[in-house]
Each structure stands twice: as C-alpha cells, then as structure tokens.
Design a protein around this ligand. Structure first.
Ligand SMILES: Cc1ncc(COP(=O)(O)O)c(C=O)c1O
Ligand SMILES: [Zn+2]
Length: 416
C-alpha cells in the first residue's frame, strides 16, 4: 500500500516525486512529504496502532517509508510522566513531561534519524552524513552502524566532549569544523551538492523531519487519544516544533483525536533566541544571530524553520519565550530534583521557560501541559560545574562517616 503521494513545496505547492531532494526548483521553498490521508485512514485505527510494536514504528503508515526494510533502533515509546512534583513547584495542576532522554542514543533525534537512515537505505546511498549541534551526531553514527552505512559527521569544534564521545563510540568519521553550527551547515550544503551522500538534515530533510511527528502521536496516545491544551517545545532549527504541530493536526484529520486546540509554545536560550526576538517584535522575519549559550544543542543562529514556527505560534495561540543560562541550569536541577529526570541543557531551557510562563500567568494552572524534554543530562555535564552539592569525602570507617555527616550515635545502641 502506498501512502506517500510525493513531495510538495511548502511555499508554491509544486509537486515532486519522492526523491532525495529538499528545495523547490521553482521558488527555493522547502519540500515536505505529502500523503494520501484517505489511504492512511483506511489502514490505521487506534486499535491497529495499539497492536503495533512498542516503538515509533507503530505509526508506520504515517511515516514516509515505502520499502519493507526499516533501520530499527527501537526508538520512541518513551515515558509520558505525570509531573505532580514539578507541577506543584510551578503551580501547574495538570503537567506532564515527555521524557525523550531515554531513547537509544539519549535524545529525540533517534526519531528523525530512524526515518532518514531507512530512506538512505531505500534510496541506495552508502554514506549517512549530517551537520550536527551534538545529539544528531550520535544518532546518525549509531543508525549508520546498525544499517551498515559509512557515517560522516560534521560538528562545530567546540562541542561538549561527552557528545563527541557519544558519537565516536560507533566508529564514524567526524569532522570538527572551526566555526559554529551555521558555518557547519553551510559547508555541508555545499558538500551535499557535489557528493552523493545521504545528509539526513539536508537532502533527506523532508523525510528526516517527519520522524519528529511521532512525538505528537505518542503524547496523544498516552493521554488516551487527546491532544494537550498546551505544549512547550525547544527550538533550534524549528523542525521539531513544526512537526509536533503537524502530528497533532494529522491525528485530528484522521479522526484519531477529537480536535486540536493545542497552544504551541517555543523555548529558546537567551543567547540564541532569534525566534523569540521575532515573536516579541511581532514579525515573521527571523534575523540571524551569533549564538552564545551553554544550550549548544539549540545553538542555531539562522533557524531554517523559524518562520514556519512563528506562523504556528500565531495560529495556535502559543508564545515564544527565552531564558538565560543561569535559568537553564536551575531548570535542569529543578526537573532532576522534582521528577528524577536528568535532562541536558535543552531540557533546562524548556523547564526554565515553563517556570517563567507559569509565573507570569501565560500558562493557565489547569491547562493540560506537556513539556518536551528531548535530551539526556549525561551529555552536558559541564553545564552543571559548580552548581551542584559536592560529595562529602570520608575515610571508610563508621566513626569517620558519623563525624562527616554530624550523626549522633543512637542513645540506646547496644549489642544483642
Ligand atoms: C536535545 C535537543 N532538543 C531539541 C532540539 C531542536 O531541534 P530542531 O532543530 O528540530 O528545532 C535539538 C536539536 O539539535 C536537540 O538536540
Ligand atoms: Zn516552490
């Protein structure tokens, strides 16, 4: 059964076959996958999805896969946590955290890369490549290893050491470029024009980005097939943000949820907040910035989907909000100490924004809110340097430990 009609220009609507292309030849607009929703509607229901695998592949008819072979890292189906403790701390009575830190390579990037690597195999590529702000590197390297593809990964040279190791482990070629992500992305676009490689977020971007829709499907299914009232989503390029929205809308179109009135709110770090700046100025034109923030995974100064994200905020009644690096660190600690979830800096951005919007009344205390926490704290440990309670060092004796912890010996202590 074919569910994909082809690709379509988001600007002028020009149709293209489903090939490894990403830009409209007529107007240079971005291409997007177009589906046959009637065929999909005949193929899926809440019941067929429930019977599917415990991974994002349970939504396969809604993903742009045409062959039988999938590159399966079993990404997805991550916990949706009822965040009572964090909610109490923020004055939100109906708060959930989508904990996407527990994917196979510890970020939501395993979702888009599952699709992109599967398409790379379908299209007959032998090299899987990417321009990464950190998490994509590890995910591409892992999926290439699983699929038997060569991996070539481009990163800014100043990435967090744990993110580099978390990619190196899978044996890819890594090119650390002397520049920021926007420089890396530009040079990768030039490479993609000259060499037949599957750049997951360049020539395979229309397919890659569809994988992020599963973050909407899962949340709706986990809520008993309803869309949340309000979501907070981190924004780097804005791809995740636009695809969460597309995912909810598709579910409504297919009758899998009753309707969608979800307010879409975007979260950025103040040191790289071009979308927030545009939102505050009430314009859809995003002015590129030079990033300077500890939230390196979100450090894209010229976000490809910034304009589309702003349109969605406007249409859905959401907002854009930024927090500074100190608030990012506080956000990481607050989430860890209330819910036992250790997020990376992007998660700190989301929790910081949630806190700010709850305090200012821009999130209603009774709204059903979902905060998307998309990456794991073990990869950005340096962000917490000097911000945590130090261990108490002690010699291995009962006395030394009682002294160190200022414990009184129990009064009635006796040996039986
Ligand atoms: C942990 C994490 N969250 C969110 C994002 C935002 O992704 P997007 O570029 O789709 O906006 C990224 C991007 O790399 C990321 O690594
Ligand atoms: Zn076009």
């Amino acid at each position: 059964m074919r569910y994909v009609n082809g690709l379509e220009c988001r600007e002028c609507g020009q149709a293209y076959p489903a090939e490894p292309i990403h830009v409209c030849e007529m107007c240079f607009g971005p291409l997007e996958v177009a589906y046959d929703y009637d065929a999909i509607g005949n193929a899926i229901s809440r019941e067929t999805i429930a019977r599917g695998p415990h991974s994002l592949w349970r939504y396969k008819p809604l993903l742009p896969i045409e062959g039988d072979r999938i590159v399966d890292s079993q990404a997805g189906c991550t916990p949706l946590v009822r965040a009572h403790n964090l909610g109490r701390a923020l004055g939100l009575r109906n708060l959930f955290v989508k904990n996407d830190t527990v994917n196979p390579t510890f970020s939501f990037k395993d979702r888009p890369v599952s699709i992109a690597s599967t398409k790379a195999v379908e299209f007959g590529f032998d090299t899987l490549a990417c321009a990464s702000t950190g998490n994509l590197a590890g995910s591409v390297a892992a999926h290439a290893a699983k699929a038997g593809l060569r991996a070539c990964i481009f990163i800014p040279a100043d990435l967090e050491p744990s993110k580099v190791v978390a990619a190196q482990a899978y044996g890819p070629t890594i090119v650390a470029v002397d520049g920021n992500y926007d420089d890396v992305n530009r040079v990768c676009s030039e490479i993609a024009d000259r060499h037949r490689w599957a750049f997951v977020n360049i020539n395979l971007r229309p397919y890659y980005s569809e994988g992020s829709k599963t973050l909407a499907y899962e949340v709706a299914e986990q809520l008993g097939w309803r869309a949340p009232d309000h979501v907070v989503v981190p924004i780097a390029s804005g791809s995740l943000f636009t695809k969460v929205w597309k995912g909810f809308r598709e579910l409504a179109k297919l009758g899998l949820v009753a309707g969608v009135t979800t307010r879409m709110t975007g979260a950025q770090a103040l040191g790289c907040s071009p979308v927030v700046t545009a939102f505050d100025a009430q314009t859809l034109t995003v002015e590129p910035v030079k990033p300077k923030t500890i939230a390196k995974s979100l450090a894209i100064g010229n976000p490809a989907d910034g304009y589309y994200s702003l349109r969605i905020m406007k249409e859905s009644g959401g907002v854009a909000c930024a927090v500074d690096d100190g608030e990012v660190v506080e956000g990481i600690k607050l989430l860890a100490r209330t819910e036992g979830i250790f997020a990376e800096t992007a998660g700190g951005v989301v929790v910081g924004v949630l806190k700010k919007l709850a305090a200012s009344g821009q999130i209603d205390p009774d709204e059903l809110v979902v905060a998307y926490v998309t990456g794991n704290g073990l990869k950005t440990q340096e962000a917490l340097a000097g911000a945590l309670i130090e261990p108490i060092y002690a010699r291995p004796s009962l006395r030394a430990i009682e002294e160190a912890l200022a414990l009184e010996a129990p009064a009635a202590a006796s040996v039986a």
